[in-house]
Design a protein around this ligand. Structure first.
Ligand code: SAM
Length: 146
């Protein structure tokens, strides 16, 4: 969605100052969503050495990266939550800001069939990627939602 498509008419408020701050907040959220939607629509994938090297720099192993479908990794890693979380068998894991689902899929392996992993993202294009990748992994214990 570009700027021209944005409609903030629902933010009517008697106090103009409050309205202005709500519009600013919504514009920031929309900007963030638009940026990530652009990345999700682009061609970055786990098949790229450069994309994989970003995840590797945060400690994802070659073995982990090899498990991922191409769509799941766009080089957006800014940490490695799985390395810190100590995820165990049968746990329920929620990944807020799951993007293409790379951590969702890796966590699905850790929690096993008795566990569940739920990916949440505000960007529909990111969820399209995660949903496209899920069947390739046969990970029925994972799901993605907005
Ligand atoms: C840096 S990317 C990381 C994606 C993924 N975790 C990865 O490592 O590849 C951040 C993701 O968080 C999502 N996001 C940002 N703010 C969010 C919010 N407030 N609620 C839900 N998702 C959000 C973006 O759409 C984007 O997909």
């Amino acid at each position: 969605m570009g700027d021209g498509d944005r409609d903030y008419s629902d933010l009517e408020d008697s106090n103009p100052k409050q309205r202005s701050s709500k519009v600013t907040e919504r514009m920031i959220i929309d900007d963030v969503r638009d940026q990530y939607a652009g990345v999700a629509r682009g061609g970055l994938s786990n098949e790229s050495t450069a994309v994989r090297s970003i995840a590797a720099a945060f400690g994802y192993s070659e073995e982990e990266l090899n498990q991922l479908p191409a769509e799941a990794n766009m080089g957006l890693s800014c940490g490695n939550p799985l390395a810190l979380a100590g995820i165990r068998d049968a746990e329920v894991v929620v990944d807020l800001g799951c993007g293409g689902g790379m951590d969702v899929f890796l966590a699905a392996n850790k929690v096993g069939p008795r566990g569940r992993v739920i990916g949440i993202d505000m960007t529909a294009e990111m969820l399209d990627r995660a949903r496209a990748a899920a069947p390739l992994l046969c990970a029925p214990n994972s799901s993605s939602r907005r």
